[in-house]
Design a protein around this ligand. Structure first.
Ligand SMILES: NC(=O)c1ccc[n+]([C@@H]2O[C@H](COP(=O)([O-])OP(=O)(O)OC[C@H]3O[C@@H](n4cnc5c(N)ncnc54)[C@H](OP(=O)(O)O)[C@@H]3O)[C@@H](O)[C@H]2O)c1
Length: 284
């Protein structure tokens, strides 16, 4: 039995859908805090188990009979190291044979604030003795393409990444990598730096959006503090705005770039081109 946490999230949806194309539903379980949000999977025969990263007793019940786990990192920034630690402890008690964790690209050298909790999780996982796979995911295309309406309205995409290269890929690509390691052998204690085949700059992203939409869209680079202020003016909490501006600073240093081609190799095909992600986002 393979158990997916965070299956009600966007990455988790891709993972479960792709697993269902490879395995019978009876071999798949999801651990979710709101089972009603996973009704679509239950209907297909997937075992839906209620579990909250903050409630260890729910995790023990969710892990019964599970051999392999995908721990999709929590989106509760600041709480994640403790939450993930609870999942790892439950996996150890359940004696799972493999736990794959969705970390961040170059987690061990990254200066991104977001990397801290991922690295803490990686350290806890190694110390636990549970056989692991580190899926160090780069940025999703969707971080840029999910909300293009303001860019189209204002003719501008803002950021603080300067001309840093971003080796992003589609969520579906990272999901395919997770499915590959969960359904094949030889991945125990491996670390995979996962990123898109063709890195792009923010200027290139804006040019692609302009080309496909037929509207003038340019990249507006701002100092990190001004970019954080702009995000706050859009309604983002100040702490999250600071984290995103900090990530852009990391991009200027090449920290979300990667040329190993590992994602391409793991999934056995090229990663999704940026143009496809933009086209999908612009489709009515
Ligand atoms: N690589 C990137 O560019 C990038 C970008 C954004 C985020 N991330 C990271 O990658 C993860 C997956 O991405 P995503 O797009 O799928 O994020 P998402 O849609 O926000 O999904 C997050 C999942 O975590 C679950 N979760 C949060 N707190 C939980 C808790 N206490 N107990 C159990 N489950 C909990 C959520 O459950 P509910 O449905 O109940 O809320 C949801 O299923 C994110 O959580 C974040 O750590 C990566």
């Amino acid at each position: 039995m393979i158990l997916i946490t965070g299956a009600t999230g966007k990455l988790g949806h891709h993972v479960v859908t792709q697993l269902l194309a490879k395995l019978p539903a009876s071999q798949i379980a999801v651990a979710v805090r709101s089972p009603d949000k996973a009704a679509v999977f239950a209907k297909l025969g997937v075992a839906v188990r209620q579990a909250d990263y903050r409630a260890p007793e729910t995790l023990d019940a969710a892990f019964a009979g599970v051999e392999r786990v995908l721990l999709i990192s929590s989106n509760e920034v600041g709480q994640r190291a403790a939450q993930h630690g609870a999942v790892i402890a439950a996996a150890k008690r359940a004696k799972v044979e493999l736990l794959a964790y969705t970390s961040i690209l170059h987690a061990d050298t990254s200066t991104l604030e977001l990397a801290r909790e991922h690295l803490a999780t990686e350290v806890a996982l190694r110390a636990s003795g549970v056989p692991f796979v580190l899926l160090r995911n780069g940025w999703y295309h969707e971080n840029y393409t999910e909300n293009l309406a303001p860019a189209l309205a204002h003719g501008s995409i803002a950021g603080a990444a300067q001309d840093g290269r971003i080796a992003a890929a589609a969520r579906a690509d990272y999901a395919a990598a997770a499915v590959a390691v969960l359904t094949s052998e030889g991945h125990a204690n491996q670390v995979y730096e996962l990123a898109g085949d063709r890195p792009f700059t923010m200027t290139e992203l804006a040019a692609e959006v302009a080309k496909q939409s037929g509207k003038p869209v340019a990249y507006a680079n701002l100092p990190p503090a001004a970019y954080a202020d702009l995000l706050v003016s859009f309604g983002l909490p100040a702490a999250m705005a600071a984290i995103l501006a900090n990530a852009d600073e990391g991009i200027t240093r090449g920290e979300l770039d990667d040329a190993t081609g590992t994602l391409h190799r793991l999934i056995g095909r090229p990663t999704t081109p940026l143009a496809d992600a933009v086209s999908r986002a612009l489709r009515p």
